[in-house]
Design a protein around this ligand. Structure first.
Ligand code: ZN
Length: 238
């Protein structure tokens, strides 16, 4: 029996609830819960920014085994805590290309659903952020900051200038934040080339940092400098 297009889409469903274009070229994909979100995003995200798997070919099982052995949750509780550890995702559209090309076959159901959702835009430059319905506004703001960093040259230039100036003037907050990011969840989060992007995103969505006790006047000073830049570049799509 030949499958109709509609049937394939049904079989591939991981449960994307909706996709919003939150700003020009930045798409927010929303899943019902953090587990469905993580299951769909894991290989895209970790191909893009894992300190271990970035740029490599790997299966879900390869990743889960490595995460269990190296993450804090795996080491302390023997549990795969990925879905709790990472409730938000970000990736440029170019990350999808090796998945379209068959390099990650067999694809998993959630991966196919995401690829199908953006197939009509293949070859275009755009940005994907993803969260579940459980996401806080601050988390979404963090992911949008990643989108702006990749998609708006002026935004990237201005936030990097602020971080550089603060470091140069002896403000210890950026390096404290960097250290915190390198050790997050046991050091399984970010490849070295993603750290500056993460620094600015965490500084823009400040409450995430406050919750972890990194709030100091020198950290807040950078947040206060970055806020107007974010507000100037984040123009919502209506
Ligand atoms: Zn981030």
């Amino acid at each position: 029996m030949e499958k109709s297009k509609g049937m394939i889409e049904t079989e591939n469903r991981q449960g994307i609830e909706k996709i919003d274009e939150v700003a020009d070229g930045i798409y927010h994909v929303i899943y019902p819960d953090d587990r469905k979100l993580g299951l769909a995003m894991i290989r895209f995200a970790e191909f893009y920014e894992s300190p271990h798997f970035q740029g490599r070919n790997f299966t879900f099982q390869d990743y889960a085994r490595w995460y269990l052995a190296n993450s804090q949750g795996g080491q302390k509780k023997g549990k795969f805590t990925y879905y709790d550890d990472w409730p938000g995702f970000n990736l440029p559209s170019r990350t999808l290309e090796p998945f379209y090309n068959g390099e990650f076959d067999p694809l998993r159901r959630g991966e196919l659903e995401l690829l199908d959702s953006f197939r009509h835009k293949r070859g275009e430059k755009f940005y994907i952020i993803a969260s579940s319905q459980e996401a806080t506004p601050d988390l979404i703001r963090h992911e949008i900051a990643h989108g702006l960093f990749d998609m708006r040259e002026g935004y990237q230039r201005e936030v990097l200038r602020v971080l550089k100036e603060e470091r140069r003037s002896g403000n210890p907050a950026p390096d404290r934040l960097r250290n915190y990011l390198l050790n997050m969840a046991g050091g399984v989060g970010y490849a070295a080339d993603k750290l500056l992007d993460e620094e600015q995103a965490y500084l823009v969505a400040y409450d995430d940092i406050l919750a972890d006790g990194l709030d100091t006047p020198d950290m807040r000073k950078i947040h206060d400098r970055l806020m107007p830049i974010f507000d100037r570049f984040f123009i919502t799509k209506e």
